[in-house]
Design a protein around this ligand. Structure first.
Ligand code: SF4
Length: 331
């Protein structure tokens, strides 16, 4: 494969918020994703990080066409997903799957888990027999570390970690080429988190699948990702290779996030998010002018209020959106 598997161009997602008054209601637009562009290669994991409300989940859903983009394009293997015909989109959907944060609520409580996992096959491979479907589900259960007899159980009979394995099995049963993992380990104990991360990495090695790994936890992201993208209030702040971004963050926001990572050495205390980045996230309904990060940025200047910083390419695969990225590291 020469070109990227996925190209996202200037993608925007808007939600209309209606505020009811006594005699009328007023609509306001919340821009959850604001002009994000990036590419994803085959077999690559791109980590997406940012605080609550930064647009991570909306971005993932817009890529999968689960929410409608208000502007921009999602090009999957050369096909513009928003503009293709319904038949092509249905066919391509089997290549694009998602794993959610809360595994138990993502599974239908009234269905045996084997049926839950086989459901996508009924939709995307209607011609295969019931026996073939059963065999595929049994093989997938073993692949994600579950026993085949577990297919008969219901979701509430399983632990959170087992439910996440079932969710992954359902997502993988159609042999997708892209997996959007939306905070897939946030609801799990630390020891189980490691098991699920290792499972996803093994599945990627075996299948060459590409992964968009959404998380607010930079330590998990560092373990999982080849590249990392940092979002704030719906905008891209920085994107680059994992080690480059962790060792030498160029954007003040990336730097604050990295400074707040808990240290493995108990004698070294991390800054903590409140110290690394004081202040509140502004409302997405009324974002700051110019650079949206300026109200919390330690090196903001009047220019930052006037002009939105451009996405600047500072090295191969490394882009930063900051007027003063050259000074950021020395502050
Ligand atoms: S553009 Fe200005 S406010 Fe925004 S991150 Fe850079 S220095 Fe800070």
């Amino acid at each position: 494969m020469t070109g990227p598997l996925l190209t996202v161009e200037s993608l925007c997602v808007d939600y209309e918020q209606r505020r009811a008054g006594l005699f009328s209601s007023r609509a306001r637009t919340l821009r959850a994703v604001d002009g994000i562009s990036f590419e994803l290669a085959e077999g690559e994991t791109l980590g997406i990080v940012g605080e609550t409300g930064c647009g991570k989940t909306s971005l993932g859903k817009a890529i999968l066409q689960l929410v409608k983009a208000s502007a921009g394009r999602v090009i999957w293997r050369g096909v513009d997903l928003a503009r293709t015909d319904a038949e092509t989109l249905t066919r391509l959907r089997s290549e694009l799957q998602i794993v959610f944060q809360d595994p138990l609520s993502a599974l239908n409580p009234r269905m045996p888990v084997g049926e839950i996992v086989s459901e996508p096959l009924r939709v995307h491979a209607p011609d295969i027999s019931a026996k073939e479907r059963q065999a595929a589900v049994a093989a997938m259960f073993e692949r994600v570390g579950l026993r085949t007899e577990m297919t008969r159980g219901y979701p509430n009979e399983f632990s959170a970690g087992q439910c996440q394995r079932i969710s992954i099995a359902r997502a993988m049963i159609t042999q997708p080429r892209l997996l959007v993992c939306d905070e897939p380990v946030s609801a799990l104990d630390v020891s189980i988190q490691a098991q699920i991360c290792n499972l996803l990495r093994r599945l990627q090695r075996e299948t060459g699948i590409s992964i968009l790994f959404i998380s607010h936890d930079l330590s998990v992201l560092r373990y999982m990702s080849h590249r990392v993208m940092v979002l704030y209030l719906g905008r891209l702040m920085e994107i680059g290779r994992r080690d480059e971004l962790f060792d030498n963050p160029r954007h003040p926001y990336s730097r604050a996030l990295i400074d707040a990572i808990p240290e493995a050495d108990p004698n070294q205390s991390p800054l903590g998010m409140a110290d690394a980045l004081p202040g509140e996230i502004p409302s997405a309904l009324d974002p700051p002018s110019g650079c949206v990060f300026r109200t919390r940025c330690p090196i903001a200047t009047p220019e930052c209020a006037r002009e939105r910083p451009p996405d600047e390419c500072i090295a191969e695969s490394h882009r930063v959106s900051c007027h003063h990225w050259r000074q950021a590291r020395s502050q």
